[in-house]
Design a protein around this ligand. Structure first.
Ligand code: FMN
Length: 193
């Protein structure tokens, strides 16, 4: 089992990363190989960081041979994916959106159809837009044909949209519990295939 997390936060050891690590630790304990990609770091290796719609059909030329292409290949190989974003003005970070916009080539190749993906968002406020941020990520994933999952698991409950947290996430016990149920859910999705 290979599980890859994509962190949309520029903070490599911030609140989102703590929640990602909580899920990945459970996955590793169940035999999975795991990895985290930091969107901010890899997007900067492309010729320019945003999709400039240079050709009607994307050929991936602006990131060929870069760490961004390697990141896409890792996501393509993953059995399951986790996507995390801090809430920035009620939505995903520009870094995460810029990363996603560069994936048009893979949409054409149908690479991600059916791949299970779960979501995390963390905001400074208790009701700061976490669920809207998760919804935005779910929409992005659905347009790649991915299978959107939540943290619903038979050992816990049906779950809601994903893991919604308030910073400091290390103190958000509810969100931490949801991380454990999301790990179970993703592992179940992989094993059931
Ligand atoms: C540009 C910017 C916009 C933000 N907007 C919101 C917001 O709308 N709602 C909220 O609850 N927190 C907001 N925050 C706070 C972050 O979501 C919060 O600090 C989060 O925990 C950061 O996660 P990280 O440590 O993984 O980077 C914002 C932070 C920044 C830098």
């Amino acid at each position: 089992m290979y599980i890859v997390a994509l962190n949309g936060s520029p903070n490599k050891s911030g609140n989102c990363q703590f929640l990602i690590d909580t899920i990945l630790e459970d996955c590793k304990a169940n035999g999975a190989v795991t990895e985290t990609i930091n969107a901010h770091s890899v997007i900067m290796t492309a010729k320019w960081p945003y999709c400039a719609d240079c050709k009607p059909k994307c050929e991936g030329k602006c990131y060929a041979g870069t760490a961004l292409e390697t990141a896409f290949e890792k996501l393509a190989k993953a059995d399951a994916i986790i996507i995390a974003s801090p809430v920035y003005f009620g939505n995903v970070t520009s870094q995460l959106k810029a990363f996603w916009d560069k994936m048009r080539l893979y949409r054409g190749k149908k690479t991600f159809i059916g791949k299970p993906v779960g979501f995390i968002s963390c905001g400074a406020s208790r009701f700061g837009g976490q669920e809207e941020t998760i919804r935005a990520m779910q929409t992005m994933a659905l347009i790649q044909g991915m299978t959107v999952v939540n943290s619903g698991d038979s050992e816990f409950d049906c779950g809601h949209l994903g893991v919604s947290a308030q910073s400091p996430s290390i103190d958000d016990q509810f969100a931490i519990t949801r991380c454990h149920s999301m790990a179970n859910r993703l592992l179940t999705e992989i094993k059931d295939r």
